[in-house]
Ligand binder design. Structure first.
Ligand code: ADP
Ligand code: MG
Length: 229
């Protein structure tokens, strides 16, 4: 049997604050298979971003294991983890973090070039993604010259440029209009169904979760199926 794309087991994440210890993740387990589209819902402060950052190798838990395609990521050094993040994970942040001094096409091509793809090929892929995102005319615009929705679509194109095995999105459509939300969501569905990526999306949008394979939530720091309000 092939390994799951992502397997989180027994994840503990503690924040130490002036008010004491906050066990945000307290034995969280999650498995994502290739081609699976999973929604993560839950109130603000329930630990969604912490979970996504842990799965995306951006934060390290105090305890637990993170397997990505069967590789034990927490046993790797920083360099090893960064390499995995660049090649296997596409992370869409809640706020886009585009590089303001580069145009849209360069923002999308950048991760490909960092991964060693030649410039012409990276630019061709960027153009293709701009087209898919309905931004074909925007490649030469800098983030500051684009609307919030356009910037977020560029950020999503950037996250998908490497055709990642694992796509993680942290409330990616929170501030987008309905048309853009649908377009973004269609892209996640295509990543799962056509590219075979595992896709994990934190969202408050129940119109979107209705189309997902599974919806999960966090309860007392553990992952449980979401059964509605
Ligand atoms: P969500 O994304 O569901 O809103 P988060 O994962 O961002 O939740 O946060 C979960 C809890 O952890 C919240 O109570 C938040 O205040 C707390 N928290 C998040 N980051 C930190 C931090 N760096 N230091 C202390 N507490 C934090
Ligand atoms: Mg959050």
């Amino acid at each position: 049997m092939t390994a799951s794309v992502l397997e989180l087991s027994g994840i503990h994440r503690v924040y130490r604050t002036a008010a004491g210890e906050l066990n945000v993740l307290d034995g969280a387990d999650l498995k994502l298979e290739a081609g699976e589209l999973v929604g993560l819902v839950g109130p603000s402060g329930s630990g969604k971003s912490t979970l996504l950052h842990t799965a995306g190798l951006l934060e390290q838990p105090e305890a637990g294991t993170v397997l990505l395609d069967g590789v034990d990521c927490l046993k790797l050094d920083d360099k090893g983890r960064t390499a995995l993040r660049r090649t296997k994970i596409g992370f869409v942040y809640q706020f886009h973090h585009l590089l303001p001094e580069f145009n849209a096409a360069d923002n999308i091509a950048m991760p490909l070039m960092i991964a060693g793809v030649k410039k012409a090929e990276a630019r061709a892929k960027a153009d293709e993604l701009l087209e898919v995102m309905g931004l074909a005319e925007r490649g030469h615009h800098q983030p500051g010259q684009m609307s919030g929705g356009e910037q977020q679509r560029v950020a999503i194109a950037r996250a998908l440029a490497n055709t990642p095995r694992l796509v993680i999105a942290d409330e990616p459509t929170g501030n987008l209009d309905p048309t853009t939300t649908e377009r973004v969501f269609a892209t996640f569905i295509r990543m799962a169904r056509e590219e075979g990526a595992a896709v994990l999306v934190a969202t408050h949008n129940h119109a979107l979760t209705a189309h997902m394979d599974r919806v999960i939530t966090l309860k007392d720091g553990k992952i449980v199926p979401y059964v509605g309000e």
